[in-house]
Design a protein around this ligand. Structure first.
Ligand code: F6P
Length: 327
């Protein structure tokens, strides 16, 4: 069912992710290509609430494809969580004569988009932009590949010093409640183990893995720990291991927000470009309350609520491979 959309607003929300700029560029250029006026909303939903909105043109998005962060700025809006905040947002939406909204963000941003769309019957489409890769309805989210490369590069560097001193390092990576960055950066960086929030890894299991390596003359060890693990954070786990295996010289590195910055990889730029165009085309076709993703290299529209609520599972095959290679 074709829609009659003439003006679209676009915003970036939640934790920034490399490739968000590329996604906004794609939304803006696709709108202009299809004769739709496009408006940038600054600072996520806060910009919609405060009317921080301006029209974007084809050259407004020049030279941003390669830049990390988001030129539209981002926020985790507390006010948009309230009905009064969303009402203000809707008033600005109407006063700017917007017909639809494109939200580039992660699960929290999509939950807000879903509620807003239902409350005010506004066409909304989500573009998955989060380093966490924790959204169903797409194989990968924008920023995930760049974050994995950043974490893996850091692990490579830590490996240099770990080997020189024959040390055991615990490297903590981001991912809030999910281990996608941990798994990819651990396999890519040759880690001896990865500990993720989704799995109930015991200390015993980790000890056995480390002992096995030691008996095989493994000189340096890197254990990748995702945030939010059941065993504790990287410092907690390092402490527990030291108590059991005091012959290890242990260090801890928490990578933190550096994983969110940097120029997006080619993978992320292409993903963001495809999804930005598909968001506009989806709205033109009458799609609403969906997230646009890519599954098996095909554009797919998934109900936004399902994209957030459906658990995206880690691939057990990757754990099997990592175990084989950890000896
Ligand atoms: O959702 C992206 C993310 O980077 C998570 O991996 C991390 O737990 C969280 O954001 C950190 O949020 P903040 O930047 O608000 O501290």
């Amino acid at each position: 069912m074709a829609s009659n959309i003439k003006r679209i607003g676009v915003l970036t929300s939640g934790g920034d992710a490399p490739g968000m700029n590329a996604a906004v560029r794609a939304v803006v250029r696709a709108c202009i290509y299809y004769d739709i006026e496009v408006f940038g909303i600054y600072k996520g939903y806060d910009g919609l609430i405060n009317g921080n909105i301006e029209q974007l043109f084809v050259r407004s998005v020049s030279n941003i494809l390669s830049r990390g962060g988001t030129f539209l700025l981002s926020a985790r809006s507390q006010e948009f969580r309230t009905k009064a905040g969303r009402k203000k947002a809707f008033e600005n939406f109407k006063s700017h004569n917007l017909d639809a909204l494109v939200v580039v963000g992660g699960d929290g941003s999509f939950t807000g988009a879903d509620i807003f769309s239902q409350e005010f019957d506004v066409p909304v489409i989500g573009v998955p932009g989060t380093i966490d890769n924790d959204l169903a309805g797409t194989d990968f989210t924008i920023g995930f590949d760049t974050a994995c490369n950043t974490a893996r590069e850091a692990i490579d560097k830590i490996r240099d010093t770990a080997s020189s001193h024959e040390r055991l390092f615990f490297v903590e990576v981001m991912g809030r409640d999910t281990g996608f960055i941990a798994v990819n950066s651990a396999i890519g960086g040759g880690a001896v183990a990865m500990i993720v929030p989704e799995h109930n890894w015991t200390l015993e299991k980790l000890i056995r893995r480390l002992q096995k390596g030691a008996s095989n003359q493994k000189a340096s060890n890197i254990v990748v720990v995702a945030e939010g693990c059941q065993l504790g954070n990287a410092y907690d786990i390092a402490g527990q291991v030291k108590e059991r295996l005091d012959y290890f010289d242990i260090r801890v590195t928490v990578l933190g927000h550096l994983q969110r910055g940097g120029s997006p990889t080619t993978m992320d730029r292409v993903l963001a470009s495809r999804l930005g165009v598909a968001a506009v085309e989806g709205l033109k076709q009458g799609q609403s309350k969906v997230m646009v993703g890519i599954i098996n290299n095909q554009i797919a529209y998934t109900n936004i609520h399902e994209a957030v609520k459906t658990e995206k599972r880690l691939d057990s095959e990757e754990f099997r491979v990592a175990k084989i290679l950890s000896i």
